[in-house]
Every structure is written in C-alpha cells, then in structure tokens.
Design a protein around this ligand. Sequence first.
Ligand code: 26Q
Length: 824
Amino acid sequence: LWQRLSKKEANDINSVQKSIVHHVTTTLARSVYNMDNFAAYQAVALSTRDRLISQWNETQGQLSRADPKRVYYLSLEFLLGRSMDNALLNLGLKDTYGKGIEQLGFNMEEVIESEVDAALGNGGLGRLAACYMDSLATLDYPAWGYGLRYNYGIFQQRIVDGYQTEYPDYWLNFDNPWELPRLDISIQIGFGGHVQIIEDEYGVTRHNWIPATNVQAIAYDVPIPGYDTENCNNIRLWRSKPTKTFDLTSFNEGNYEKSVEDATNAEKITSVLYPNDNTMAGKELRLKQQYFWTAASLDDIVRRFKKSMREWSDFSDQVAIQLNDTHPALAIVELQRLLVDEEMLSWDDAWDIVTKTFAFTNHTVLPEAMEKWSVPMFEYLLPRHLQIIFDINLFFLQKVEMKFPNDRGLLNRMSIIEEAQPQQIRMAHLAVVGSHKVNGVAALHSNLIKTTIFKDFVHYYGEDKFINKTNGITPRRWLHQANPQLSDFITETLGNTKWLKDLSLLKGLVAKINDDAFRKKWMAIKRANKVRLAELIKERCNVEVSPDALFDVQVKRIHEYKRQFMNILVVIHRYRTIKSMTAAQKASVQPRVVIFGGKAAPGYYIAKLVIKLINSVAAVVNQDPAVGDLLKVVFIPDYNVSVAEVIVPASDISQHISTAGTEASGTSNMKFVLNGGLIIGTLDGANIEILEEIGEDNIFIFGCMANEVEDLRHAQRYRGVPMDSALQGVISAIEKGVFGDPKIYQPLISTLTVGKDFYLISADFASYIAANQAVDQAYKDQSEWSKKSIRCTANMGKFSSDRSVKEYADEIWNIKPYPVIDEG
Ligand code: 26Q
C-alpha cells in the first residue's frame, strides 16, 4: 500500500486512518465500531509493520546489490521490550498515528500499553544487544543480529506472601506482528552420531560428521528501523522444528510414540530462555540451544557470502562476527569445521579466516558465571566439534610452549581444556584464542580482565588484542520515548532534535543552569514523572506514596554482588533511627520512598530470600504510624523494560552499589543519569566513567575500591575484623523478629558472618550510611539539586550507544555506514 503512495501522501492522517481501518476490517476481520484497545493496537501495529517491511525490503535489496562488509551480532538475548512506540518515533510518525487513532476514538498511550514486551533476555547483556541494534540501524551500518525465537521469554514474577513466584511468559499467545516468518529459509542442524575418517583422492585424511539426529531451523525476521533514516536492519531469530523425515526410522519400526517424542524434543530447543543472569547453568538443553543457533546463523552467513562468488581469503573482508559473551563461542568451532570438513580448506588457511572474523565481548569476571562444558556431554552431542576443539587447543598450546618453554603451570592455566573430573571446556579461553579482539565493557572492567582472568593471554598475545569498549544506551528509547516531556523541553531549549543523533550536544543545557524558569520547568517535569510512577506503585503494590518525597530506586536483577541486601539493611537502619526520634527531630527528616524491583534466578535461594526480606520490611514500615510519610518501601513486581521506562524518568536517586570490581559496567546507571536522576554508587563499572564526565559534586560515591577488595577479604578472614556496629544493630532487630519469623532469614544473615562476608557489606556499611545522609542533605536544597540534575543530563553524551557502536565499527569490525538511498 505505502509503496504506491508518495511519501507525503502516505504520511497524512487520512492515509494512516485508511490503512488502520483496512487492517481492522480485513486482516483482523473485525468492525471499526466493535474494537477495543487491543484491536486498535493490532491494527496500528500492522499498519506500522507495512512501512517497516517496505523499508526493510529497500534496505536489504540495496545492500545485496552493493554487498559491503557486514557485521553480525550473535546474542542469545535481545531484550527489545515493546516495538510500536519505538517504531513510530523512529519513523517520525507518532504524531500522525496519534491523531489518526484519536479521531477513531482511541488514546494513543492506552493503545501502546496493550503491547506485550518481547522479553527475550535476562538483563544487562540482552538489553545492551537491543540498544546496539538501534544504534547500528540509526547510524546506517550494515548489521544483522542473530538470536533464538524463544516461545517463553523471561518468566513473569509475582509476589505471593512476600516471595517471588515464577509464571511462564507465553508472549506469542496473541501473534506477534513484529516478526516476519521466513518459511522458505530452513536449515538442517545435526546432533550426536559419529565421525567418519576417510582418505580423499589426494591421500588427505578427511573427517566426515554423521549426526544421529537432525532438527530444522526456521528463520523469523524482526525489522529494526533506525531513527530518522530510511535504513532498516534485521534481527534473525531461529525457531526449531522437527525435520520432515524425522520419524521415518522409528515410524517404519512401528514405534509411533518414539517418533512423536523425537519431534517434541526438536521443538524443545527454542522453547525457553534460561533465566540465569551472571551464573552458568550447565544443562544439556542450553548447549543444544547454543549449537543450534550458531550453526544455523553460520550456515546463513556463509550462504550469503558464497552468493558473491568471492575467494575464501576475502571472507573476513566481507564478514565480521561479534560474540556477545561466550554463549556463541561454538561459532568459532563451527566455522572451522565448515571450512575444513566441507569446503576442504587447509587447517591453517581456515584458522586464519576464523580468527580474522571473530571478536569477543566479555561481560563478567565472576567465577560462577564462567561458561564451562563437561567433555563427555559435549562429545555425546557434538563429537566432531570436540575433536576440533582438542586440535585448536593442541596447536595453540604448542605455540605457547614455543614462546614460553618449560612452563607446565602456564600451559595448564591457558589450556582450553580444564583437567578436572570430568574434563571441562573453558569457553572463555576458546573465545579468546579464536578471536582477533577481546573487549571488556567499561574501563575498569577491561583493565580487570587483563590482570585477572586473561592475564596469561595478555602476556602471550600482547596488549593490543585486549581493548575497552565502554557500554552505551540508546537515547531514543531511554530519553525520547521514555521521557517525552523532557525530550520536548530539551529540543525546545536547544532549538532542534539534533541531540538525538549527537548526544554530546546536550552540553548546551549547561548554559541554562542559572535560569530560574528553566530549572523550575526541569523539576516540574521530574515531578510529573514521579506522579506517573506513584500511580504505577498504587496499582501494583497498593501503597500510596507522595511524589514530593525523595524517590530512591534500585531496579536490576537480584544478585548478591549487586547488594540489594545492603540496601534493605540500611533501610532498616533508617527505620530504627526514625522510630527513636522525638517529634521535633522527625520534623527535619527528609521523606523518602525506597523502590525496589528485579527478578531472581528461580534457583537462586539467597537472592529469593532478599526479595522476601524487602517485602517483609515494606509490610512493617508502610503501616507504622510512627513513620508515616517519612519512609515508604515498595517492591514493584515483574520489573521489565516497559516498567523501567516508567521508573527511570521518575528517579531522584538510584543505587548502583555493587562490591567494587564485580559489576562489569552496568547500563541502568547511564539511563538514570541521562534522565536527570542522581546516583549513589561504588567505584565500580561505568560509575567511574560517569563520575569523570559529570564531576564529583553530582554523584554520591562511597565504599572500598576494587584494588582494596582482596586485602579486605583477607583481613576479615584471617584477622577477624569485627562486624560494623550499625550493621550489628540491624541484624539483631531482624533476629528479634521485628520483620516476622527470624528463622526464615538465618541463611541470609549467615552470609554476613565474619570471614564469610564475600561482598563486603560490613566493610562498606558505614560509608554507605554516610553517603545516604549526604543525599538527604543535598535534596533539601532543591535549587542546588536541580543544578546537579541538569549537569547530569548535560554531561552524558559519552554514554550514547551511538558512540559505543562507532568505536566497535572503527576499531574491531572495520565496517562503514552504507546509507540507503531513498527512492520513495
Ligand atoms: C550462561 C550459561 C548458561 C545459562 C545462562 C548463562 C548466562 C546468561 C546471561 C550468563 C550470563 C548472562 C548475562 C550476563 C549479563 O547480563 N551481564 C551484564 O552485562 C551488562 C552489559 O555489558 C553489564 O552492564 C553488566 O555489568 C553485566 O552484569
């Protein structure tokens, strides 16, 4: 439809309405007079999709013809959230559609709320992939994402009796208008079986993998429009299906049940996203997911390359592949297998291509998150790949031995195979050996990986292979879309919307800092966003909070290293302090609403106890008349991208308080500061670089530094440093039963035992309390606070994912923008 209209015609309200009505009456087979919000959403989505499809076709057609070098971003997680609002804003059509739908009797914001989140990710890593896809499209880079189309995204969280309970997120229930099934693109993926050794006509030994079972990979494409460009990129998600011939053997043997079972097992592969964040689940199905996905993606990439009729030696001039953590590290082995076993290249030629193609991003140094796979399980599923890994390892260790002779310890430490019972494959070592660049995600983290987990590799390869690429976030979703009032105000102040594509232009806001009217409006917008969040809190938690209180937020996955436990312990301390006050003393207390949100991995017992404790504290504090509005505590259930879009613009202060050296980067810290929220945090991850950009007067820093952590742990363990006294008081309140049956919390309290407090809650406790008091003090001077808030936003240019993606493109991928020519 859109292709037949000129751009101007297509973008007027009439055409938009026509297209909406067309979809209601034909695609949805409904009547415009009998339409609810959800039907209106579907119709707007379908109409928007038509435009995306035509942009997608145009982009991909032009790219096929020009065939520039492309980057492929391999990620097991793409945490996209909702698509409609984002698509309309990026296409510049939100106002037109808004008016169009209003005339049909609907409210755009309500229609937008009808969409379910695409929650195909756990947290930071998955959301980062989504932000990078937005920037790649906006900057006109030829880029595709590859992932899995899970039937179930991250579980839905409900709170029952204070505890987290998990419910399946069957997000495809109502059809997904943002995906395009490509039933013509289907790839066979093998598992198990054995390896045949044959001698070819030249007397060369060849390996031929004969899998025992096969499954089919079907492609689903998700168009990713850039902001203010015709370019539309793609995320290809694979779905597993039984092969058409799956059942012949069993079926002919008369074993019908067995054949149906095999079919069900094939579908299982892309059934569910593993809900672990920063821990490794060594499950066979997870390994199957990883191979299924990397093999399908590589088949697709290699097929596209072969169409161009180039030499294999040109492969890495046409293809860059970024590994989002070690989850896709098998792609290294699969490409080597394709080149050697199927394309008959020599081992060395193949390996040269492989290492020039791949680059690897590390997202963690936590030992429990390091991916390892048991050799026997791996051999059962992927016998040929295991041989190749052992060969990669052998040739690699031979080179190490040449450079550093007679160091058995070194070879042991660097080996891709860990000599345990049973042997384990260290995926991080495989990823380093198979890549030409390895990067961390913030300056501190990138230095840490060079001195800890990859120290020997830096010694062997030299410094240049190990680089930093500080994370970033897309200002389109995290300011323009989530905070429309602030976005409009910024545009009005700066005179245009250029800042949305060059975030450093926000610096222009500094000039307004002494303008009273400007500051008043700035704070009025923050307050309006707080009113909106207060409504959500009333709805979801049934607690009334005052938008005039200080809103204090900690929303992120629940994990011991992120120290939500320390936060709630200081909330208890605050509660006890208020309780001990006279009425006169209370008059000078800064009222605060402490807001928590986040999911715990279903098997993470201690993290789930933290949620229970937060809810128990909330129950006691919120109904205590001695406290009233001075302190409220809420746990917002089912934190996800859409909820974050309401919370982030409404925060006064947010908490980024991981033990120094444990949070690789953090990205929500960037989102809050970009929206004029101050942060309280440790010298960890990207907090350090945020501090450098916004200045120490605009951030509340406390706690030990990363290089002190080891000594502090040692001192606790061997010199018996006593527990912080304020912390002792808080613990004894819990133990006295102030927040319900204390037996429940014993395992949690045990983690603080002297010598066992791994995350150093006791060591940082006093400075954390002091930092919170500094926040209260600063907030009382609203005029000064507003200046800090403006300085925060103004200085966040560095943290646009546009900057991150440009750095990857220039320094790792060696790709250039390929702007699509508008022929419409
Ligand atoms: C591994 C094996 C088996 C099952 C699950 C996993 C798994 C899944 C997800 C391991 C780790 C993750 C996610 C990690 C993650 O989100 N890391 C975060 O990445 C962000 C983006 O770089 C950083 O900002 C955060 O600091 C980091 O914690």
